[in-house]
Design a protein around this ligand. Structure first.
Ligand SMILES: [Zn+2]
Length: 176
């Protein structure tokens, strides 16, 4: 079916003469395509175009700023809640010890000092043991073995350095 010129009339929203209107009416009775087009045009023309109310941009910006402030406040409150719950949990965990401490401070202080002394003396004993062991090892192993060990280590280090140097020197790609 030929939709011209009716399609063009409908799309361009042309002012029609009475003869053209009759012609269009006749075509629309038989053509669903142009009827749909005409209906769409009518719907579009009847749809009210709402102009933004005065000060729309300003209000939008204000609302955006308010939302940002609200979000910041929410974050702050979240942090406060987190901090308080953390402190509460810490207090709940340490409360028994604090109670014990305040009910018998002297015992606790002496216990703490005793523990501290125990740690210090243990560390001292440990370092002494280590020193003795080290001295034993150095006395046990003869000097020439030390020399062999040191030179072996030095040789290994040298080998390692050379291998890395060789590796990094390896030409990339094909060379003549
Ligand atoms: Zn048509």
């Amino acid at each position: 079916m030929n939709h011209q010129p009716f399609e063009e009339w409908l799309l361009l929203d042309k002012n029609l003469t009475p003869a053209e209107t009759r012609e269009l009416d006749l075509h629309l009775r038989t053509c669903t395509h142009c009827t749909a087009l005409s209906a769409t045009g009518l719907a579009l023309r009847s749809a009210p175009v709402v102009a933004p109310a005065a000060g729309f941009t300003l209000r939008f910006q204000q609302r955006l700023a308010a939302q940002k402030i609200a979000e910041r406040r929410r974050k702050l409150w979240g942090m406060i809640v987190l901090l308080l719950s953390g402190v509460g949990l810490l207090g709940w965990l340490t409360a028994p010890y604090l109670f014990a401490f305040f009910s018998a401070p002297v015992e606790w202080v002496t216990a703490a000092i005793g523990y501290f002394l125990f740690v210090v003396t243990s560390l001292q004993a440990l370092t002494e043991v280590m020193a003795v062991l080290l001295r034993m090892v150095t006395e046990f192993i003869p000097p020439y073995i030390w020399m062999v060990l040191v030179s072996a280590l030095a040789g290994l280090g040298l080998l390692w350095t050379i291998s890395i140097w060789q590796f990094s020197r390896t030409p990339q790609g094909v060379s003549a």
